[in-house]
Design a protein around this ligand. Structure first.
Ligand SMILES: Cc1cc2nc3c(=O)[nH]c(=O)nc-3n(C[C@H](O)[C@H](O)[C@H](O)COP(=O)(O)OP(=O)(O)OC[C@H]3O[C@@H](n4cnc5c(N)ncnc54)[C@H](O)[C@@H]3O)c2cc1C
Length: 606
């Protein structure tokens, strides 16, 4: 029942329980898989016919005059001061107490002013949609767009956060004690890690309170999408799925997806295909049927009916995409499915049971996503769905993919996020690219390294499952470039696919430019975007923007007190250990000295 509900709602044949106000999208059904090859030919042909392209514009990240042309000298001095303060370990260690003390000494109004002159002014655009407009327009005039992100977070104590998390990550069945063991450890709530804010440097964290709160988050996202639409005609807006419903569903659905995928890998190992990249694992259907029957998972007749030419679209072999489609489209089948538990060797049901109330809550979550995507379509704004913790991420990614199937028909409206610090990042992205090709929708991705490393590692070690993160920074770096290369190759053949390189890493940006040059991807095609956070790495964003590359800043906004948690994380991300922050300070200082030397201290950006 539960998965049937997930799947039917996933297909966005959503049972309507609340008024849905936004306009319908043009096409509801994904293009059939058989059509995709032809579509791909057409798009590749298009690019081939374009003939010789002009060379890629040269970007000089060391030219401080160009990099800071949009900034007044006092803004440079402020950046320098803020980044210098962030580099102080003593200040960082006690920043929360210091902020509290300063507020008590100065009073709220003076405290707000001080913050606006320093940290808030550096990293946050303003209090609301109206006040952020001048900054958005100013950046745009210098070639830098905006991804609006309402940065408000509830100021919960760790105990409150923990309580909310435990309550919202457990189902009624589990609370009664009869279902706890069915989910793998990774996908169960753990009190010690209930406060998901711990050790996170870049991202905002939501805790589930009730359905009304999720509606209010949705309203906030809607306002943000509208503001993006008003601010420019090619804007982005960011959303987080943990804001839109009970995290319990994300955990349960992630558990199901992971078990199903792991089962495939187990079958692949039995056929001697272990260690291959996911897309290269093609299983012999006859051998697979034999194994599944031997395990007692289903009768031979039942198994034979799973794999028909209609469900697979290929004969003789089956890959992970075909396999995933089994629990996707055959809901009756999924209801009865059991998978082997690798730890106990027992067969266990794939699905957990939901109460009616839980099913309603889950439906509402999917409806909220639907409403946001429709609003984005209506106002021409692209939606970026942020990636979050690994115990939510398989579900987040899958739900995002379902939105892409529905809304990325003519162009990529919905962007999924791929975290390259994950060991399985390459498998994740190659599978999704292949699915988009087969089904004929437009692939849109944001590539990041990942913001939850410390927390993920601590959780895996404490709870006892394999660390999902690459073992070293170098491995993450290599993974990022491998995934990026793969996607850029795809872009070369498919003019409708798009990627955002969301990174502050200069090597990665240079690598992207080099690969674009090699592949003939031109900035004028607007297929490759770059993304950095507001207040960080202007020396990357502005030279790119001024050279004509599509580049965007993540632009958080919100009242001072409500964005304080966000500011804390910015301070941590810019701490002295970060190579990028050190380089940025060096360049800022260089430019200030240059202006002083050349009598340009009162430079007015024009
Ligand atoms: C526009 C934008 C959108 C973003 N959206 C998301 C999002 O949706 N989800 C998300 O999770 N993050 C997101 N991030 C944050 C991002 O994941 C990174 O945390 C952050 O940008 C730093 O990575 P970098 O590529 O800029 O630079 P770098 O400084 O080169 O990389 C630092 C990153 O490398 C990885 N790393 C560091 N040390 C190790 C190690 N020892 N072993 C393995 N890996 C290591 C970590 O991911 C760390 O954050 C976003 C960032 C930007 C700029």
């Amino acid at each position: 029942m539960a998965l049937r509900c997930i799947v039917s709602v996933l297909r966005f044949g959503t049972p309507r329980v609340a008024p849905l106000s936004t306009a319908p999208v043009a096409r509801e059904q994904p293009v059939a898989r058989e059509q995709s090859a032809a579509g791909r030919e057409a798009t590749s042909g298009c690019r081939a016919a374009e003939g010789a392209r002009p060379p890629l514009p040269v970007v000089d990240f060391g030219n401080t005059q160009e990099a800071y042309r949009s900034r007044r000298s006092w803004e440079l001095a402020r950046s320098l001061l803020v980044l210098r303060l962030c580099a102080s370990p003593a200040l960082l260690a006690h920043h929360e107490q210091l902020l509290h003390l300063t507020r008590r000494l100065l009073g709220q109004s003076l405290f707000d002013k001080l913050m606006k002159m320093t940290f808030y002014g550096q990293f946050v655009a303003g209090e609301d949609q109206e006040s952020i407009r001048p900054l958005i327009q100013h950046n745009r005039a210098f070639g830098v767009g905006s991804i609006l992100d309402y940065g408000v977070e509830e100021d919960l104590s760790p105990q409150e956060a923990e309580h909310k998390e435990m309550e919202s990550c457990t189902s009624a069945v589990e609370r009664e004690g009869s279902g706890t063991s069915k989910r793998e450890k990774q996908y169960q709530a753990h009190r010690a890690f209930g406060d998901r804010r711990d050790g996170v440097i870049s991202a905002r964290t939501y805790f589930y309170a009730n359905e009304a709160k999720c509606d209010s988050h949705m309203e906030t996202f809607l306002r943000c999408i509208e503001a993006s639409g008003r601010a420019s005609d090619d804007g982005f807006s960011a959303i987080k799925l943990t804001a839109l419903g009970r995290p319990q569903f994300l955990l349960q659905f992630s558990d199901v997806l992971t078990k199903w995928r792991r089962f495939f890998h187990q079958m692949a190992a039995e056929q001697g295909k272990a260690g291959l990249a996911a897309m290269d694992m093609k299983l012999e259907v006859a051998v697979l049927q034999e194994s599944v029957a031997k395990m007692g998972i289903a009768s031979r007749t039942e198994i034979e009916s799973w794999f028909t030419a209609e469900t697979l679209g290929v004969s003789g072999t089956l890959d992970l995409l075909d396999w995933s489609s089994l629990i996707d489209s055959r809901t009756e089948l999924s209801k009865h499915l059991v998978v082997p538990n690798m730890q106990t060797g027992q067969l266990e049901p794939l699905l957990s049971q939901f109460t009616e109330e839980e099913e309603r809550q889950m439906t509402r979550m999917l409806q909220r996503m639907d409403i946001l995507a429709k609003k984005a379509t209506e106002v021409g704004v692209r939606l970026m769905v942020d990636a979050e913790q690994t115990y939510f991420q398989p579900a987040i990614s899958r739900l995002t993919l379902e939105m892409q199937r529905k809304f990325n028909i003519e162009k990529p409206l919905i962007f999924n996020t791929y975290q390259c610090y994950l060991k399985d990042a390459y498998d994740n992205i190659t599978l999704d690219v292949e699915l988009a090709r087969r089904e004929g929708w437009c692939f849109g991705a944001k590539l990041v390294r990942g913001a939850y490393m410390a927390q993920e590692r601590a959780r895996a070690a404490e709870i006892g499952y394999e660390d999902p993160i690459n073992p070293t920074y170098e491995a993450t770096h290599a993974m990022y470039h491998r995934c990026l290369s793969y996607v850029l190759e795809e872009l070369k053949h498919n003019a409708k696919a798009k990627v955002m390189v969301a990174s502050h890493n200069e090597d990665t940006v240079r690598f992207t430019l080099r690969r674009m040059e090699e592949l003939g991807l031109h900035p004028a095609d607007r297929q490759v975007y770059f993304g950095q956070l507001l207040g960080m790495c202007d020396q990357i964003s502005f030279p790119l923007g001024q050279a004509g590359f599509p580049v965007y800043k993540y632009v958080p906004y919100g009242p001072v007190m409500e964005v304080l948690p966000y500011l804390s994380r910015r301070a941590l991300e810019n701490s002295g250990v970060m190579k990028g922050a050190w380089r940025e300070r060096q360049l800022l200082w260089q430019e200030l000295k240059r202006r002083l030397r050349t009598g340009n201290l009162f430079h007015r950006p024009a």
